[in-house]
Design a protein around this ligand. Structure first.
Ligand code: ZN
Length: 104
């Protein structure tokens, strides 16, 4: 019965999935590929993962009609006019004032 048990082992950038004592499937995160070892030695790639999975999503500037959370009053404010202040948003219509503007 134990022969059918699946296990997954993480080693560095590789994940090896084994059934019992034989390795059946591997995921190589460095080359973003899923593969197996048909003869126990050769790495045969079955699929290549999309690049999207491994890249960090970049913060993009807010677009029109979007709202962001004002870091001061926690209200939704227009992303178009909001100001980026110390890593957070400050709503132009609610909390942005001359004092903050001068430190911009
Ligand atoms: Zn505010």
């Amino acid at each position: 019965m134990d022969q059918q048990r699946l296990t997954a082992t993480v080693s560095g950038d590789q994940i090896t999935i084994s059934r019992g004592t034989s390795e059946v499937l591997g995921i190589d995160m460095e080359s973003r590929s899923v593969g197996h070892w048909p003869d126990g030695e050769t790495w045969e790639v079955l699929a290549v993962l999309p690049a999207k999975l491994s890249s960090d999503k970049e913060e993009s500037p807010a677009e029109d009609d979007e709202t962001v959370l004002c870091g001061f009053c926690q209200r939704q404010c227009s992303a178009r006019t909001a100001h980026l202040y110390q890593g957070g948003w400050v709503g132009d219509e609610c909390c942005w004032d001359e004092r903050l503007r001068s430190s911009d």
